[in-house]
Design a protein around this ligand. Sequence first.
Ligand SMILES: [Fe+2]
Length: 247
Amino acid sequence: MELRTGLHLITCAQLSHPWDATGALVWGANGRPLMTDCGGFNPGAVVRNLAAVRRRRSSKRGVMPSEVDRLVLTHGHYDHAGGATLLPKARVLVHPGDADGLRTGDPDRQATFLYPGCDPLQLPHVEELEDGQVIEIQGGYIEIHHFGAHTPGSVVHLIVLDGERILQPGDLICGHGHTRTGTDFDAWLPALYGMLELEPDSILPSHLDRPGLVMAEPVIARAIAEFKPRRFDDNYRLPPEGFFSVV
Ligand SMILES: [Fe+2]
């Protein structure tokens, strides 16, 4: 599903698995596919949806998993990172705050304890992202901004594509937390204000009411207005139905 020219939706609740976070594909400056998060609970859907990606309208050939060059993660939770094992040649990049959890197969830091029957990833070769890092892509660039809060290594991706500032916030919008995953509830509200300062035009939510982009400012403003620290460790929750339908 192509959301913008050069921005393809690969995973989300409606396209792959109800537990999957949004995973998108853009084209790196080297011409190779780059994914930003990747879901993970439905390998067949990832392969199928990559195969449906077209570089040009006239092209008949989709993307093979082995062609994905990099996987850039908002954080190390399995619903965002699990598909890494399907991408055999992809360099996996995550903030240092979440890197060891992926390297060591930590079920707490990957939040696999929330998903029955889910085994944590073992990714010893994970590379580390820097706060402020810029990744060049065709038509623009991705800025990495570290806010922590949801997990120690939670970053947002500001995907600037053909002049549009598209924010991929991971689970920092209307999020949820759990001390076992290292959530810092005190850092959450500053993170929401920090996202406003990035002046995004649109948001690619991680857990969508429906596939697509939403206007940024009303959604972040509502997340701030309704923010409550969720300190109940068993209250792991997704955004209320309709949250991303405010516009
Ligand atoms: Fe998460």
